[in-house]
Design a protein around this ligand. Structure first.
Ligand code: ATP
Ligand code: MG
Length: 394
C-alpha cells in the first residue's frame, strides 16, 4: 500500500462534526471524492464531500439546517454554524444508465459507492474519526505513479457516462498524469458517444479543463487525439495555439479565443452565456492589437475595441507567454485618464446641440472628429478647447 496514506491533519472541523453526528446515529460515514485526491497530491482543493449509509431523509432529520440540493441523487446540503454548505450523499450504486444519466439505488455499501466512481484516484475514502483510509482500487498507487485509470472495465464505464472521457482528459492535463493504456484505448473507441452529451456538460468540462490544466497545450492535444475536438470543437487549432506556459490569470473564455479560429461560434455551440459569447465575438472582431506601441496608436486602438481591450491584452499574453510590449502603455493611458471613448469627451452631444449644432448625423460625425482629435492630443479634452475646435471647423 502507498506510503502516502497517512492520517490527514487538515480536514475542516465542520466536516469531522458532520461525520461524527451521522456515526453517532449509527450510520457508517466517510469523506470521499476529489478533495482527498487533491490532498494526497498537495493540491489546493474545494470542499470535502461526505458519503454516508444514512438515507437522505435521515440526513435531513439529523441536522438542524439543510438544503435539498440534489435529493434525486441522494445529496443533501448540510449548513454549518457559519452557513457554509457541505454535501452529504447517501451510498449508492448505479443500476442503469443511457450514457448521459445514471439511475441510482440506495442501500449500497461504501465499496459499492466507490466502485461507481470514475477513476481510481477519485475512488478513495477516508474515515476522519478512525483516521483510516479505504482504497479498494489502488488509487494511492496510481497517484504515486502519476496514472489515470478507470475503475473497472474502462469501455463499460465510459459507455455508462461518456462525460468521463472528457473528465479523464481534464484530470490528466491538470495533474500531468499519463492515461493508462486500456483506459486510453477505451476513451478513443468511446469518443463517438460524446455526440450524445448535452452541450452544457461538455462546456463545463472544456472551461474547467482550461482553467486547471498544468499545460493547456497538453489538454488541447488530448482533446484532439481522443477525437473530442473533431466532434465538439473542430475549430480547435494547435497553430493558433498558446505559448507553452499560459500566464496567469487563466481566463477560459480568452483561452478559447486564443485556441479557436471562431470562438464565438464554438461558445454558441456549447451554449455559453450571451455575455461570454459576446466577449468572444468582440475579440474576434479585433483588431487584435495596436499597429504600434506609440501612445497615439494605442489610444486609437482602445477607441476601436472598447470593452474588449483587456481580453485582447490577455489573449496577446497567452500567445506570447508574457504581457505584450503595449500592455504597460495601455495602463499608462488609463492611469492618466486619457479619453478613448466618446463618453469620455469633455463635451457631450447635448452640449453641442445647446451650442447650436443641429441634431442629426452631422452631430455624430462631429463627435467622431472630436474624439479623433483628442486621441491624437489628450490635452485638447477640455470644454473650451473642444468648443474652439468646433467653431474653427464650422
Ligand atoms: P473537481 O471538483 O476538482 O472537478 P472532483 O473529483 O471533486 O474534481 P466532482 O465533479 O466534484 O469531481 O465529483 C466528485 C466525485 O464524484 C468525484 O471525485 C468522483 O468520485 C465522482 N464523480 C463525479 N462525476 C462522476 C462521473 N461522471 N462518473 C463517475 N463518478 C463521478
Ligand atoms: Mg469536486
Amino acid at each position: 500500500m502507498s506510503a502516502r496514506l497517512q492520517p490527514l491533519e487538515d480536514l475542516p472541523p465542520e466536516i469531522v462534526d458532520i461525520v461524527a453526528r451521522l456515526e453517532a446515529a449509527g450510520f457508517e460515514t466517510w469523506c470521499v471524492g476529489g478533495a482527498l485526491r487533491d490532498r494526497l497530491l498537495s493540491h489546493s482543493s474545494a470542499d470535502v464531500d461526505v458519503a454516508t449509509a444514512a438515507p437522505p431523509d435521515e440526513v435531513l432529520r439529523l441536522f438542524p439546517k439543510t438544503v435539498a440540493v440534489g435529493v434525486k441523487y441522494g445529496t443533501v446540503g448540510v449548513l454549518d454554524r457559519k452557513h457554509v454548505l457541505h454535501e452529504v450523499t447517501t451510498f449508492r450504486r448505479d443500476v442503469a444508465t443511457d450514457g448521459r444519466h445514471a439511475v441510482v439505488e440506495y442501500g449500497a455499501s461504501l465499496e459499492e459507492d466507490l466502485a461507481r466512481r470514475d477513476f481510481t484516484i477519485n475512488a478513495l475514502a477516508y474515515h476522519p474519526i478512525r483516521r483510516e483510509w479505504c482504497d479498494p482500487f489502488g488509487g494511492a498507487d496510481d497517484i504515486d505513479r502519476g496514472v489515470l485509470r478507470a475503475v473497472g472495465d474502462p469501455a463499460g464505464r465510459f459507455a455508462e457516462d461518456y462525460l468521463r472521457i472528457l473528465r479523464a482528459l481534464r484530470f490528466a492535463a491538470r495533474f500531468g498524469f499519463e492515461i493508462e493504456a486500456a483506459t486510453w484505448t477505451a476513451a478513443i473507441a468511446g469518443a463517438p458517444g460524446l455526440r450524445g452529451l448535452s452541450a452544457e456538460r461538455v462546456r463545463e468540462e472544456w472551461l474547467k479543463g482550461l482553467e486547471t490544466a498544468r499545460s493547456v497545450a497538453r489538454l488541447v492535444s488530448l482533446w484532439q487525439e481522443v477525437g473530442a475536438a473533431a466532434i465538439w470543437i473542430p475549430e480547435l487549432s494547435v497553430r493558433s495555439g498558446v505559448a507553452r506556459e499560459a500566464p496567469e490569470p487563466r481566463d477560459p473564455i480568452v483561452l478559447t479565443a486564443t485556441l479557436c479560429s471562431d470562438a464565438g461560434e464554438v461558445l454558441t455551440r456549447l451554449r455559453a452565456s450571451n455575455s461570454d459569447i459576446g466577449r468572444a465575438r468582440a475579440m474576434g472582431a479585433g483588431p487584435a492589437e495596436p499597429v504600434s506601441g506609440a501612445p497615439v496608436e494605442v489610444r486609437r486602438w482602445l477607441a476601436q475595441v472598447g470593452g474588449a481591450a483587456e481580453d485582447l491584452r490577455l489573449l496577446a499574453a497567452y500567445r506570447l507567454g508574457a504581457d505584450p510590449a503595449w500592455g504597460p502603455i495601455v495602463e499608462g493611458i488609463r492611469e492618466r485618464g486619457e479619453p478613448t471613448a466618446r463618453g469620455q469627451l469633455a463635451l457631450s452631444g447635448d452640449d453641442l446641440v445647446r451650442a447650436g449644432v443641429p441634431a442629426g448625423p452631422a452631430l455624430g460625425q462631429l463627435l467622431a472628429r472630436l474624439l479623433e482629435a483628442v486621441l491624437e492630443d489628450p490635452a485638447l479634452n477640455t470644454r473650451d478647447r473642444l468648443l474652439e475646435k468646433v467653431r474653427a471647423w464650422s
